[in-house]
Design a binder for this molecule. Structure first.
Ligand SMILES: *[C@@H]1O[C@H](CO)[C@@H](O)[C@H](O)[C@H]1NC(C)=O
Ligand SMILES: *[C@@H]1O[C@H](CO)[C@@H](O)[C@H](O)[C@H]1NC(C)=O
Length: 747
C-alpha cells in the first residue's frame, strides 16, 4: 500500500522521524515528495491526511493510475467492483484537463471512464460501507460528461451522503468538461452515498471518480523554524554527530536532542543549550544569535578560538553564558561586561589564556580578522544552499531506500535496495560447528520444511528454529537459495525473520526466529483443543494480509510467494501470524509481469485455477490462496475436506451454503456463535472476493488489507463496546531522519 499524506509545511524544511512504538525497529523503503497546489484540498497548515482515490468504470488489471497520467502523481486505484444496477461507460474523446478551470487536474484517463446507473432502478447510483466506524471523512466527487447528448437532452442529478444533503446544488455536466465537487465538510463513517437523477433528467446519473480522506491533527507542532535553522547550522558547522541529534530538535518531547531544553509553548523554542566538553573547534558562529529564546548557553571546555562575539550580548533572554576553558582571544565586548555587572547575566570566561579579561590588552589587527570572518561566512552560506538543493534533488530522483541488513555472502540477484544501513547487521553467518552447538547436536526436531528438517536451537539464550538442508535433494538447494535470497532482502513483522545462516560446503542451514505456537494449520485442526476465538482469527488474517501486501507492493521488485497456505503461516508466543517458507517465491521486475512456469508450484487446494489452466502466475494467484486461508479461518475446515468416500474442496463446500443465504452455517461451530455478525459477514465477503476463477476479478492485496482491517475494527468495537484505543505502547529508541528542501522540489 502507498499511504499518502498531504501536509502544508510551515517552512522550507520537513523533518520526518520514524519512531519505534514498541513493534520493532522502524524502517522506510521510499519517501517521495510531490508539490501540490494549496487551493486543491480544504486543509489548513500542519494537518495530515491519508486518502483513497478511486477511478470508476475502468476495466484493467492495473492496480492504479498515477504519474504520468496524473500530473500530481496522486494514486487513483482502479475500482474494479461493479455495483449492482450499474454499467461501465467510456469515451475515447479528448478531455482537456490542462486547460480547464478545474484545479484538481484529474488524469484524462480517469475521467474518460465512468459508471452509470442502469437496470430497473436506473435513476440512482449508490455506494455503501466506506471507512471504519470512528473517523470523519471528507468526500470529493469528480465528473465529466462522456456521452454525446442529443440536442435538448440533459443529465441532471443531486448527491446525498448518509441520506442527507451533500451539496444543495443540482449538478449538470458539460460534454468533456471536468467538474469536481469537494466541499469543506466531513461525514461520519461507515457511510454510504448515492447520486440520484432529478425528475427533469433525461439520463441516468454517472460518476467518474471519487476521493475519500480524513484529516487528523498532527500530534506535535514543529519547533520554531528560525531555531531549527540555527541549530542545524550549528550542528553542521561544528560537525556535531550525536545519534540523537536527528529530526526535529524539540519534538517529540521524549526525543529531545541531548543538551537542549525547550519551552512548552505551542511552537516550541530552544531555551537552553549545553555544548560543554563537546570537542567544538573554530569560532563562535553567528547562528547562536538566531536562537533568540535562549536563556542558558554553555560552551565551556571546548577548543573554540577567535573573539567573543558582540552578538551574544544581543540575545534578549540570555541569563547564563559559560565560555570557560576555550582558546578565545581579544577583548570581551563591553556590552557583555555591562550586562554581567548589572546582574542580568552570569558570565563564565575563565581559563581562556589569550583573552584580554579581566586584564585588558592592546588593540591589534582586530579589523583584519573581522573582515576575514565576514567573507568566510558568506562563502559558507552559498555552499550550504547549494548542498541543500543538491540533497533534495538526489532524494527526489533516486527514491531513497534504506535497507535494514547488510548484504551477506549469499548473492542477491535482483536487489535494487541500496545498502545504507546504520542499524546493526541482522543476518549473521555461522559455521557448521556453531550450528551443531546451537541445536545441541540436532537434538529436537520441530518440523519438516520443503527441503529438510527443522530443529529447535538456542542462541544467546533465545530459542531459534534451524532448518537444515538435506544434501540429497537438488530441488531442495534451489528452494534453499530462493528462501535465503528473499529473506535477507525483506524485513517485515509479518514475515518470519532470518537470524542467520550457515553455508559451509554441503552443510547449509537457515536460522529463524522461533515461532512458539507452531503453524496455523495445526491450530485450526480438529485435534487442537485450544480453539482460536474470532478476534484471534481475524487478527491472524490481518497479519497475513500485511505480510503478503508487503511482499507484493512494499518490495521492489515485487515478490510473489506462490505457496501461501495455513502450514506456512506461523504463530509466535503472542499469536501473531508470520508468513514463512519462501522456497517457491519469485521476484517480478515489472508490475504487469507474470510468470510462466513449467514447474509445479503451490499446493493442491490453494492453487489458482487460472494458473492451473495457463501456467500464468502473478500476485493475483497469492490473493486466491489468501482467500482460501481466510475461508479456513472462518470455517475451521482445511482447504481439502476429507470425506469418507471422496474429498471436497473448501469452495465446493462453502459456495452452495453461501448461495442459499445461510452464511451462519459456514462459520466454525467451535466458536459457539461468539463473533460479531457484521464482522463475520464482512470476512466471508472478503474471502469470496479473493477467489473468483478469473485472476483479473480479484482485488489487489492492498484493498484486501484495508477491508480485513475494517473487519477487525468491527469486531473490536463489538468487544470493547465502542472503546477507541490506539496502543501507542512505549516509545523506544531508534529514529530515522530524512530531510528535504521543498522549495527546491517545487521547481
Ligand atoms: C552540560 O554538559 C556537561 C557535559 O556533557 C555536563 O557535565 C554538565 O553537567 C551539563 N550541565 C548542565 C547544567 O546540565
Ligand atoms: C562554567 O562551566 C564550568 C564547567 O562546566 C563550571 O565549573 C562553571 O561553574 C561554569 N560557570 C558558570 C558561570 O556557569
Amino acid at each position: 500500500m502507498y499511504p499518502d499524506f498531504i501536509y502544508v509545511p510551515s517552512s522550507d524544511t520537513i523533518l520526518i522521524c520514524l519512531i519505534n512504538t514498541g513493534s520493532g525497529i522502524p524502517f522506510i523503503s521510499a519517501l517521495e515528495l510531490r508539490p501540490l497546489s494549496k487551493s486543491m484540498y480544504p486543509i489548513d497548515s500542519g494537518a495530515q491526511f491519508s486518502s483513497w482515490r478511486y477511478d470508476l468504470g475502468t476495466l484493467s488489471d492495473r492496480e492504479f493510475v498515477r504519474y504520468r497520467e496524473d500530473v500530481y502523481d496522486r494514486l487513483w486505484y482502479i475500482y474494479g467492483t461493479l455495483n449492482y444496477n450499474s454499467v461501465r461507460i467510456n469515451t475515447s474523446s479528448v478531455i482537456d484537463v490542462h486547460d480547464s478551470n478545474d484545479g484538481y487536474k484529474l488524469p484524462a484517463q480517469v475521467l474518460r471512464t465512468a459508471v452509470q446507473a442502469s437496470g430497473a432502478y436506473n435513476n440512482t447510483l449508490s455506494f455503501s460501507k466506506f471507512g471504519n466506524s470512528y473517523t470523519r471523512w471528507y468526500v470529493c466527487f469528480h465528473f465529466a460528461e462522456i456521452a454525446e447528448l442529443t440536442q435538448g437532452k440533459k443529465r441532471e442529478f443531486i448527491i446525498s451522503v448518509n441520506r442527507g444533503d451533500y451539496t444543495s446544488k443540482l449538478i449538470t455536466l458539460e460534454y468533456l468538461t471536468p467538474l469536481s465537487i469537494c466541499p469543506n465538510r466531513t461525514f461520519e463513517s461507515p457511510f454510504h452515498f448515492s447520486i440520484d437523477a432529478t425528475m427533469e433528467s433525461d439520463l441516468p446519473p454517472i460518476l467518474n471518480a471519487f476521493e475519500l480522506y480524513t484529516v487528523a491533527p498532527l500530534p506535535y507542532k514543529p519547533t520554531d523554524h528560525a531555531d531549527v535553522t540555527a541549530i542545524m547550522d550549528i550542528k553542521r558547522t561544528f560537525r556535531i554527530s550525536r545519534d540523537d541529534w536527528q529530526g526535529d530538535p524539540c519534538v517529540p518531547h521524549k526525543y529531545l536532542w541531548n543538551g537542549l531544553t525547550c519551552s512548552s509553548d505551542s511552537t516550541p523554542r530552544i531555551i537552553t543549550l549545553n555544548l560543554s566538553s563537546s570537542n567544538l573547534t573554530g569560532k563562535i558562529v553567528t547562528s547562536f544569535s538566531d536562537l533568540t529564546a535562549l536563556q542558558y548557553l554553555d560552551l565551556s571546555y571546548n577548543s573554540l578560538d577567535g573573539n567573543v562575539p558582540e552578538f551574544l550580548a544581543q540575545l534578549p533572554n540570555l541569563k547564563t553564558l559559560n565560555l570557560s576553558g576555550n582558546q578565545l582571544k581579544g577583548t570581551v565586548p563591553e556590552a557583555l561586561i555591562q550586562k554581567s555587572r548589572n546582574g542580568l547575566l552570569v558570565l563564565g570566561l575563565g581559563e581562556n589564556s589569550d583573552l584580554c579579561h579581566p586584564v585588558p590588552c592592546k588593540k591589534k589587527e582586530k579589523k583584519k580578522i573581522k573582515g576575514l570572518i565576514v567573507s568566510l561566512a558568506a562563502t559558507s552560506l552559498v555552499v550550504l544552499v547549494l548542498l541543500l538543493i543538491f540533497c533534495a534533488l538526489a532524494i527526489y530522483k533516486r527514491k531513497r531506500r534504506v535497507k535494514v541488513f547488510t548484504e551477506s555472502n549469499i548473492k542477491l540477484k535482483n536487489s535494487k535496495m541500496a545498502v545504507e544501513s546504520n542499524i546493526k547487521p541482522k543476518n549473521q553467518q555461522y559455521s557448521y560447528s556453531e550450528v551443531v552447538r546451537i541445536t545441541d547436536n540436532f537434538n529436537t526436531i520441530i518440523g519438516g520444511g520443503g527441503f529438510g528438517k527443522v530443529y529447535l536451537g538456542t542462541l544467546e539464550e533465545t530459542q531459534v528454529a534451524v532448518k537444515l538442508l538435506s544434501p540429497s535433494s537438488n530441488q531442495g538447494y534451489k528452494e534453499f537459495r530462493a528462501e535465503a535470497e528473499i529473506l535477507v532482502r525483506v524485513h517485515h513483522r509479518n514475515l518470519v525473520s532470518l537470524i542467520g545462516y550457515c553455508d559451509e560446503g554441503k552443510n547449509k542451514a537457515l536460522i529463524y526466529e522461533y515461532m512458539a505456537n507452531g503453524n496455523l494449520h495445526q491450530y485450526l485442526s480438529v485435534t487442537n483443543m485450544n480453539v482460536l476465538n474470532w478476534n484471534q482469527r481475524i487478527q491472524i488474517a490481518v497479519d497475513t494480509a500485511q505480510g503478503l501486501e508487503y511482499l507484493h507492493n512494499g518490495c521492489k521488485p515485487t515478490i510473489v510467494h506462490r505457496d501461501l497456505k495455513t502450514t506456512n503461516i506461523l504463530l509466535n508466543e503472542n499469536m501473531e501470524g508470520k508468513i514463512a517458507d519462501f522456497g517457491l517465491s519469485r521476484t517480478f521486475a515489472a508490475e504487469s509481469d507474470s510468470h510462466v512456469s513449467t514447474r509445479p508450484a503451490g499446493t493442491l487446494g490453494y492453487l489458482d485455477p487460472e494458473f492451473q489452466a495457463s501456467g500464468n502466475f502473478n500476485k493475483k494467484s497469492d490473493v486466491y490462496s489468501y482467500g482460501i486461508v481466510l475461508f479456513e479461518l472462518i470455517t475451521g475446515h482445511p482447504a481439502i475436506i476429507k470425506g469418507p468416500e471422496e474429498n471436497t474442496h473448501i469452495l465446493d463446500w462453502v459456495y452452495p451454503i453461501i448461495e442459499s443465504g445461510d452464511i451462519q452455517n459456514i462459520i466454525d461451530a467451535r466458536l459457539h456463535g461468539e463473533f460479531h455478525k457484521n464482522s463475520a459477514w464482512k470476512a466471508v465477503e472478503i474471502a469470496m472476493s479473493c477467489v473468483p476463477p478469473v485472476a483479473i476479478q480479484r482485488p489487489d492485496m492492498s484493498q484486501v488489507l484495508v477491508e480485513i482491517k475494517e473487519c477487525l475494527t468491527l469486531e473490536m468495537a463489538h468487544e470493547r463496546g465502542q472503546n477507541k484505543t490506539t496502543s501507542n505502547g512505549q516509545l523506544v529508541a531508534a529514529s530515522l531522519e530524512l530531510e528535504s528542501d521543498i522549495a527546491a522540489l517545487a521547481r
